[in-house]
Design a protein around this ligand. Structure first.
Ligand SMILES: [Zn+2]
Length: 104
């Protein structure tokens, strides 16, 4: 089961951006990683070609699921994700407040 989805608010629990918060832009389920803009940035040197300017760009690198924790949209606490079956669909639930995360 995939714990995280694009649009989730997460807190960084390890690494150089520990303690910061961000919003997931993209999830890579096969690699168990998530891309969070502004988090885990690294410098990439790009050569100019075909009229494009070269230089050094800051690019976010996807973070391991193990280094992020979900911030529950209902209780606003950092939580772990559980699952339950609702109408034969698997739904994510907050382990702290037990509310369904994906229900708006
Ligand atoms: Zn909650």
């Amino acid at each position: 089961m995939i714990k995280f989805k694009a649009g989730d608010k997460v807190k960084i629990t390890a690494g150089k951006d520990k303690g910061r918060e961000g919003k997931i832009e993209k999830v890579f389920p096969k690699e168990s990683k998530a891309l969070i803009p502004g988090i885990n940035m690294y410098k990439k040197h790009v050569k100019g070609f075909q009229g494009q300017k070269g230089g050094i760009y800051d690019i976010p690198r996807a973070l391991d699921f193990g280094k992020i924790a979900l911030v529950c949209p209902k209780c606003k606490k950092v939580t772990r994700v559980g699952f339950k079956i609702v109408d034969s669909n698997k739904s994510r639930v907050c382990k702290k407040c037990k509310k369904e995360i994906d229900v708006k």
